[in-house]
Design a protein around this ligand. Structure first.
Ligand SMILES: Cc1cc2nc3c(=O)[nH]c(=O)nc-3n(C[C@H](O)[C@H](O)[C@H](O)COP(=O)(O)OP(=O)(O)OC[C@H]3O[C@@H](n4cnc5c(N)ncnc54)[C@H](O)[C@@H]3O)c2cc1C
Length: 488
């Protein structure tokens, strides 16, 4: 029986584990934390539950398909709830916009911002973002990059030229819409890959397709139910899930990993290894430099990490009428915000604030009041911050928007980039691995296989196809397919 060791029980690692166990592999997952799911993590304050990590779920079919592949009905594990009017956007001039998958509603609202041409422009926009999504789905998302040759295939090059790699997301949006608020609202999709809309390629407008046409979802009981479902199915299929055990070293000889060394001193012999922990921080910490000449410190430093986050978990004693499931309170200058985040490496002085209130849809997760997951984009963990002072910046800004939280707070917790770095070994606290700002990092993400070691594979947000819960799940599926083919 082929023995596979998986380092990290995030969504990528769990997906590979479950699919490989279903095909008869002997799979061992080693997770340093006491929970599975990695950044997709259930947290509790008083009587309120929070979804740390993925609050916005798209592409439910990805999660459903992988469960189905193991011979079960996904609906027995996960119930996806579609949020039709999903995100309320507040702009600095006092106007608001509710994003929805309902086309009529969208056109009505867009007309208020863009006048008569809105209907035609929106139809054109939807056609174009659908084209970008279909091309990405066909040529990039299900593909595994295990060797440099994979990057040179002619069909890939042809597809790459068709997905607007040279136009920025911001410039792309300006070809359809003139209103600054609308452009700001759509530009926010760059942050879903931890990048800046003023640099990241227009290709990522495909995220808008997912939200505006395919839909935004919530999983009954909280989004971490997805990770719990994968863990449950993995266990049913015989995966050995080792929690609270850190992998401290990979034993290498003759360009092959022979064993995994654990924090408890055990050495586990393995045939294949899948690394789900952040490639930029975990690979160099486990493999000595002489065994990974293609992945030197110099190379690692050339990667620009994606943005991090400053998060407040806030349990309230009341429910605010103005909150829906997702809301965004925009800054007055998005350009300045990204300039501060990426170039000046500062915390934005006027941050755009995202709030998820999942109890709007599912009261059971917080019976006594709103459960607010408040997130602002943050530079990496190297930027120092006075946490309490920044918290006040956020509460004061929300008060100006008419939401005075402070008198109703029952419990709160601050999470900063250093916490994210330490808890998940995330490189400099980045949420999505390398940013997709540079063309190279957007389209040529680190490959899914070590160049220097014959049996070491990579899954998760820092590799191909990228960050975000459906993407990392696809990476886990892609690598499972590679190993299944290798042994069939
Ligand atoms: C605040 C925040 C908000 C987000 N919002 C969204 C969102 O709305 N929608 C969305 O789709 N995505 C979102 N994401 C991104 C999403 O959470 C990630 O892309 C995804 O969960 C990452 O999965 P992964 O497979 O890369 O593994 P990770 O979740 O990074 O898990 C890797 C695991 O490896 C473990 N590990 C590392 N090193 C070792 C070691 N040496 N030994 C043992 N274990 C180790 C870590 O503890 C961790 O559990 C968000 C992330 C954050 C942090």
């Amino acid at each position: 029986m082929t023995k596979v060791g998986i380092i990290g029980g995030g969504l990528g690692g769990l997906t590979s584990a479950m699919l490989l166990a279903h095909k008869g592999f002997d799979v061992h997952v080693f997770e340093k934390n006491d929970h599975l799911g990695g950044k997709m993590m259930r947290m509790t304050l008083e009587n309120a539950q929070f979804d740390f990590g993925p609050n916005t779920i798209t592409m439910p079919d990805v999660f459903q398909r992988i469960l189905q592949k193991t011979g079960v009905n996904p609906d027995d594990y996960l119930q996806f709830i579609k949020l039709e009017t999903h995100t309320r956007n507040y702009f600095s001039d006092g106007t608001t916009f509710d994003l929805s998958t309902n086309k009529e509603e969208m056109i009505n609202l867009l007309s208020q911002f863009e006048g008569e041409p809105a209907k035609e422009q929106y139809a054109k926009y939807l056609r174009e973002i659908e084209r970008l999504y279909r091309l990405s789905d066909r040529y990039f998302l299900h593909r595994t990059f295990t060797s440099w040759r994979d990057y040179l295939s002619p069909d890939l090059t042809k597809a790459l030229l068709q997905v607007k790699p040279l136009q920025t997301l911001d410039s792309f949006h300006r070809t359809f819409f003139t209103n600054e608020n609308l452009v700001q609202m759509l530009n926010r999709y760059a942050t879903y890959i931890g990048s800046s809309p003023y640099i990241a390629p227009a290709t990522f407008a495909m995220i808008a397709y997912l939200e505006l046409m395919d839909g935004v979802y919530y999983v009954k009981g909280g989004n971490p139910t997805i990770a719990e479902a994968l863990a449950k199915r993995s266990k049913e299929l015989g995966v050995h899930l080792h929690l609270g055990v850190e992998v401290t070293k990979l034993e290498v000889s003759n360009k092959e990993v022979h064993a995994i060394e654990l924090s408890n001193g055990d050495q586990i012999k393995v045939d294949e290894v899948i690394m789900n922990g952040d490639l930029l921080s975990v690979y160099p910490s486990l493999v000595a430099p002489e065994h990974r000449p293609s992945f030197s410190e110099k190379k690692i430093q050339r990667f620009e990490p994606s943005i991090s986050a400053f998060v407040l978990l806030v349990a309230l004693s009341k429910r605010f009428d103005s909150f829906i499931h997702h809301q965004v309170y925009f800054s007055s200058s998005y350009k300045e915000e990204f300039e501060q985040l990426f170039n000046k490496k500062q915390y934005p002085t006027d941050p755009t604030i995202y709030i998820c209130n999942s109890s709007y849809t599912d009261k059971s997760v917080s019976p006594d009041g709103d459960n607010l997951f408040i997130l602002v984009n943050a530079p990496t963990s190297s930027t120092p911050l006075d946490l309490e002072q920044y918290k006040q910046v956020i509460y004061k800004k929300l008060k100006r928007y008419g939401v005075d939280l402070v008198p109703h707070i029952k419990a709160e917790m601050i999470i900063d980039p250093t916490w994210i770095q330490t808890t998940f070994h995330a490189y400099q606290g980045s949420l999505y691995g390398p940013a997709s700002n540079k063309m190279k990092d957007a389209f040529l993400r680190p490959a899914n296989k070590a160049r220097d070691l014959s049996n070491l594979y990579f899954v998760g947000g820092s590799t191909h196809p990228g960050g975000g819960s459906p993407m990392v799940t696809l990476s886990g599926e892609n690598i499972a397919n590679v190993l299944i083919s290798k042994y069939s």
